[in-house]
Design a protein. Structure first.
Length: 346
């Protein structure tokens, strides 16, 4: 017999009514066997399952999801899928979801906060049971409100909600590690190339940069700082702007490794030798950073681990909705490579 999914009334169709009739139970009993089998007695479960096997019945997945609210999908909302570090975090998320028999649906905001906000507003109406927001495309969102409707976890976001599990790296301490490293090499004139101006994550890292200089009692010069797109091209253009100014720093901390790669390319185009004439650091250890020339000094950023932790938190909250809220802060480590050197050798 050809199997047609539940919902059709064509001749020869196997529906939930057909299964109920053969098993000698009600339609609601068949539905409970499919969606909540532990609520049905063993005898009825066996009769229903035998009928399903005999009739080769295949439930309509959409109808089943509407009835049980269990769709087996978790949303991942990211600013861009082009950043390899986002891919590392998504790899960790997807591995854990796969282990838990859940699928991932990725929503890419393309660095557009309006799109991100639209995803945020539409998720409760999508076929997903929970959501993981990875980094920020702009301003902050009210995740406590979304958590009233589904389990939510945040990775590397600036918000500090009270009802949502959050997983971040200690970026304040990480920025201090980079500044201390440069200061130990004799650098006192340190600049910063940040991500998109106005982006909450970019502005937070800029605040951490200024805090690190204050901690070291080093001067902060506005002309040594600029902002750009979160991209290699953005870093390239930012370096060209910095060099055109009256003075330039002896070292620059970039908000991401991709920005740093672009900045180094811009410096080379202008004939500035790295690290002999300008020390440059990244921030998050992109996969290519050890292999460029010179290899990039940066921070060991645990994107893969953050992804796995967030996915586990969402799956646990699907089972235990009232468990305590988690806020996990992971320390960062300095990775010293060849893009930084002592000031006296410049």
């Amino acid at each position: 017999m050809d199997v047609i999914q539940d919902g059709s009334e064509q001749r020869g169709t196997v529906t939930i009514k057909t299964v109920a009739k053969l098993a000698g139970v009600s339609i609601s009993t068949v539905s409970r066997v499919l969606n909540n089998p532990e609520s049905v007695t063993e005898d009825k479960r066996l009769r229903v399952n035998r009928a399903i096997e005999e009739l080769r019945y295949v439930p309509n997945p959409v109808a089943r999801a509407l009835g049980s609210r269990k769709v087996g999908s978790i949303a991942i909302v990211v600013p861009t899928i082009l950043n390899p570090l986002m891919n590392e975090a998504m790899r960790g998320i997807i591995e854990v979801l796969d282990e838990g028999c859940y699928d991932a649906i990725v929503f890419d905001s393309n660095e557009d906060f309006t799109r991100e906000q639209t995803f945020y507003e539409l998720l409760p109406h999508k076929m997903v049971e929970g959501a993981i927001f990875l980094a920020s495309a702009g301003r902050e969102l009210d995740f406590d409100a979304l958590a009233e409707k589904m389990p939510v976890a945040l990775i590397s976001r600036p918000e500090t909600p009270t009802k949502v599990d959050t997983f971040v790296s200690d970026e304040r301490h990480g920025m201090r590690l980079l500044a201390e490293h440069l200061a130990a090499l004799g650098h006192k004139e340190i600049g910063h190339i940040g991500g998109a101006f106005g982006n909450s994550s970019a502005m937070l890292r800029f605040d951490y940069f200024k805090d690190a200089l204050d901690h070291l009692r080093l001067p902060w010069h506005p002309e040594y700082n600029t902002f750009c797109d979160w991209s290699i091209h953005g870093g390239y253009e930012a370096m060209l702007r910095l060099v055109k100014r009256t003075h330039r720093p002896s070292a620059i901390i970039c908000s991401t490794d991709l920005i740093a790669l672009g900045a180094m390319a811009g410096a080379r185009e202008l004939g500035i030798r790295i690290p002999e004439e300008l020390s440059v650091t990244g921030f998050d250890n992109a996969p290519s950073s050890p292999f460029i020339y010179p290899s990039l000094t940066t921070l060991k950023y645990p994107n893969y681990r953050l992804g796995r932790l967030a996915a586990r938190a969402v799956l646990r909250r699907l089972r235990l909705k009232d468990r305590r809220i988690i806020r996990k802060v992971i320390p960062l480590e300095l990775i010293q490579r060849n893009s930084t050197t002592e000031l006296h050798s410049i």
